[in-house]
Design a protein around this ligand. Structure first.
Ligand code: NDP
Length: 497
């Protein structure tokens, strides 16, 4: 027996690891009982309201407004006034100053925002703290830098702002999607009316505090809350010059139909069913981490989630075995616990959708695996799930589940991988894992996806454009490309992405 073996015998490795609770303090957030709409720099009392809850335990958090057509119209008028009477005239460097201020305040108040985001949306605090907040601040920093350089971003094209932008965002990254929308719009000289999702309005409402703290002129940023009916009013509003929408393909199509022929600009960032492709020469342990990050990050509520895993046939067994083993170490539970990897499902409605699609997978003949884990009794929860034995025609391989559910398929050759990856109505993102640089480039050229990650997954940067092909939408957000939909150019058409 070696010295090491003797030592191990004296102090055996524990068979079971348990983590002591490590809750993030909640008192950094002070919620009001009731919120109105933020219009023209003031809070207006809503005519109608509803209760927003915490999806982790169904605890009511606050009453928020359900904006009526009149309230949306007031927000659009405030945005128009602010555009005509000051904001479009001020010097670009001055606009940049405001955006820099927002970025700094978000950094200063990041803990408060992160806790609120996890409380209202159900995502793990380590993700809201380490991903959502730093990226939201980075977006404002990045676009602050462009505000006084538009002439250089688009040389010889004389860029000018559009006017009022109507912005409708989903519930999966509430503050980050707000930053993706508001930062480029303001940098380009527009004013905005934004609607957060019905289930996650609180971080957008706290952002109104930041707008005031940064002394942004009244009416430049207006926030109205409510469900899809409020979204419809923003889309229909005559005095809105551009609509930016992130959400489901179904609603995106309805908006496109509504705006056809109106002359309004439109960008749509819709669903996805991304392929994460693992070749047999990939570093398998890293690839397994990439698979986990690709589909279980933010409970799989990610439009670019790597929800279809394509594994080269020769490494199918070791990959599945490593993945299942890794899944047993994921901690599912309280979003405010710093050890939590997978938090709560955002809403009852979304949980039911996941359950329905998972049942269809089992009925169609796929084999399900879920690691043993105890889910909290209250709230909305779904265990991390893997499906093997999946055929391309199954609904779980075709439809966006938007939950922690992975479907595994196999391929033999790079050509087959490309064919299977592209066999979807969507085209938002893809991942390629291989040691060969030439193969990465070969694959990236052929994958019909707006973003292709190589040997990594779900990496975001404000300087990198993001957006889709086919039913994943059109137009780009992020980077210099993300400014273009908020600008008009001399002699250019105004419709389209
Ligand atoms: P929606 O597309 O309905 O929601 C996105 C945003 O649009 C929300 O603010 C929503 O309000 C608003 N909205 C709803 N209907 C309309 C309308 N007719 N006109 C204008 N705005 C509208 O997504 P859901 O939340 O219903 O989720 C359904 C599915 O969509 C998910 O299961 C998922 O598959 C997919 N999804 C994809 C996202 C992505 O980023 N690609 C993001 C969110 C969902 P309200 O909050 O009241 O619904």
């Amino acid at each position: 027996m070696t010295e090491l073996e003797r030592k191990q015998e004296r102090t055996p490795v524990p068979k079971e690891w348990t983590y002591a609770p490590a809750p993030e303090a909640r008192d950094v957030v002070s919620l009001r009982e009731r919120y109105g709409h933020f219009v023209g720099g003031e809070w207006i009392d809503p005519a109608e309201s509803y209760t927003t809850i915490s999806p982790a335990d169904e605890e009511p958090l606050a009453e928020v407004g359900q904006a009526t057509p009149e309230e949306v119209a007031a927000a659009v008028t405030a945005a128009r006034d602010a555009f005509e009477n000051g904001w479009s005239e001020i010097s670009p460097a001055e606009r940049a100053k405001y955006l820099f201020r927002i970025a700094r305040i978000l950094q200063e108040r990041s803990r408060e925002f992160a806790v609120l985001e996890s409380l209202n949306g159900g995502k793990p605090i380590k993700e809201s703290r380490d991903v959502d907040l730093p990226l939201a601040a980075a977006h404002f920093f990045y676009y602050a830098g462009w505000a006084d350089k538009l002439e250089y971003a688009f040389p010889n094209r004389r860029p000018r702002p559009l006017g009022v932008a109507g912005q409708i965002i989903p519930w999966n990254f509430p503050l980050l999607m707000l930053a993706w929308k508001i930062a480029p719009a303001l940098a380009a000289g527009n004013t905005v009316v934004l609607k957060p999702a019905e289930t996650t309005p609180l971080s957008a409402l706290l952002f109104c505090d930041v707008v005031r703290q940064a002394e942004i002129p009244a009416g430049v940023v207006n926030i109205v809350t409510g469900d899809g009916r409020t979204g419809v009013e923003i889309v229909k509003a005559e005095d809105v010059d551009k609509i930016a929408f992130t959400g489901s393909t179904e609603v995106g199509k309805a908006i496109q139909r509504e705006l056809a022929g109106s002359g309004k600009k439109l960008t749509l960032e819709l669903g996805g069913k991304a392929a994460n492709i693992i070749f047999d020469d990939a570093a398998l342990d890293q690839a397994v981490e990439g698979i986990v990050n690709g589909i279980y990050f933010n409970q799989g509520h990610v439009c670019c989630a790597g929800s279809r895993l394509l594994v080269q046939e020769s490494i199918y067994e070791p990959v599945v075995e490593k993945l299942k083993r890794r899944l047993t170490t994921l901690r599912v539970g309280d979003p405010l616990d710093k050890n939590t990897d997978v938090g709560a499902i955002n809403s009852k409605q979304q949980l039911e959708k996941i359950q329905e699609l998972v049942s269809s997978g089992e009925e169609e003949g796929a084999e399900i695996y879920q690691p043993p884990c105890r889910l909290p009794e209250k709230g909305y929860w779904f265990a991390p799930t893997v499906f093997t034995n999946v055929a391309q025609s199954y609904r779980i391989a075709q439809e966006e589940i938007f939950g922690p559910v992975l479907s595994i398929l196999t391929f033999r050759t790079p050509e087959e991988a490309v064919e299977k990856a592209n066999n979807t109505p969507y085209g938002l993102s893809a991942g390629v894992w291989t040691e060969k640089g030439s193969r990465i480039l070969w694959m990236a050229e052929r994958l019909r996806a707006g973003v292709v990650w190589a040997n990594t997954y779900n990496r975001f940067d404000p300087s990198s454009p993001f957006g889709g092909y086919k039913e994943s939408g059109f137009g780009r957000e992020g980077g210099r490309h993300g400014l273009e939909p908020y600008l008009q150019f001399d002699g250019s058409e105004t419709f389209g992405g």
